[in-house]
Design a binder for this molecule. Structure first.
Ligand code: CP
Length: 312
């Protein structure tokens, strides 16, 4: 019996350690399916999964589709930019109409924080939050944790530096909820304009990247979210890069064996140097690989596969 029995996955805030580990362990158990010649099991045969994205995505949307198909679910993908949202249909009306077609799970991404919670209270269908504004991105944090555990060998008591555009980062918020459960020492690193006031409650705030990553076991780099920069948070990208880009020289400050993560897409040469992103300490491609397993686990747990064999 899994410890995760919730109807929706809206965020990692409020999950117990048992629920968090159940999600990560279930994901780990699904990984070998993607290594088979025939990457398909019948676990969600007859189930229908719909994705509804109001923001662009490469990794999340694609990996949810691959995950659903590897579990034999039918998958329908809707981009708001080519849906009746462009004719003025509201989010709620769109979701109600999709729910009327009886999907078994609705995955959604929206620019508004709380959008997934809003629908979960109004639509009779399990909802997965694939990113809501600057609020949460729970499956990203789950794949981050699975990747860290693979390479560091543990999740408890880590020194984790999260560097960059913390203000706009839903990835940070989901990771902070999980890392605190796991007893991590968290450092939030960036210019003062990109560090929200609540960051002081999440961990140690640091405005200098060298001291911020010093003795870190894990460095999570964040993308500068240029599409969300309503005002100028720093003078120029060149200046941001000069002070906050993770270079090989800066990486020397971290603990030997440090691992570097980035949720993608990366801005090469702005928040992370190419030789770090593509270097031996980078787990960026492992994160993407683990994204499929995490999303298989989430769909399995929410869309009704819990009584079946995971990998028949
Ligand atoms: N990490 C992430 O959410 O990437 P996408 O925006 O490509 O889905």
């Amino acid at each position: 019996m899994t410890a995760f029995t919730r109807e929706h996955l809206l965020g990692l805030e409020g999950l117990s350690l048992e629920e968090l580990m159940a999600l990560i362990d279930t994901a780990s158990s699904f990984r070998e399916i993607s290594e088979r010649d025939i990457k398909k099991v019948p676990t969600l045969r007859g189930k229908t999964v719909v994705s509804l994205f109001y923001e662009p995505s490469t990794r999340t949307r694609t990996s949810f589709e691959i995950a659903a198909k590897r579990l034999s679910a039918d998958f329908v993908s809707i981009s708001a930019s080519v849906s009746s949202a462009t004719k003025g249909e509201t989010l709620l009306d769109t979701a109600r109409n999709i729910a009327a077609m009886r999907p078994d799970c609705l995955i959604m991404r929206h620019s508004a924080a709380g959008a997934a919670h809003f629908l979960a209270q109004r639509v009779p269908c399990p909802i997965v939050n694939a990113g809501d504004g600057a609020h949460e991105h729970p499956t990203q944090a789950l794949l981050d944790l699975l990747t860290i555990r693979d390479h560091v060998g543990r999740l408890d008591g880590l020194d984790v530096a999260i560097v960059g555009d913390i203000l706009h980062s839903r990835v940070t918020r989901s990771n902070v909820h999980a890392l605190k459960l796991l007893g991590a020492r968290i450092r939030l690193v960036g210019p003062p304009t990109l560090l929200p006031a609540e960051a002081a409650a999440w961990g140690e705030v640091c405005y200098d990247i060298r001291s911020g990553v010093r003795n870190a076991d894990v460095i999570m780099m964040l993308r500068i979210q240029r599409e969300r920069q309503g005002r100028n948070f720093f003078p120029t990208l060149e200046e941001y890069s000069r002070y906050f880009c993770l270079t090989r020289s800066v990486l020397q400050e971290a603990r030997p064996g440090v691992v570097v993560l980035h949720p993608g897409p990366i801005n090469r040469g702005i928040e992370i140097a190419s030789d770090v992103a593509d270097g031996p300490d980078s787990l960026i491609m492992d994160q993407v690989t683990n994204g499929v397993a995490v999303r298989m686990a989430v769909l399995y747990l929410l869309a009704g596969g819990v009584d079946d064999e995971a990998a028949a």
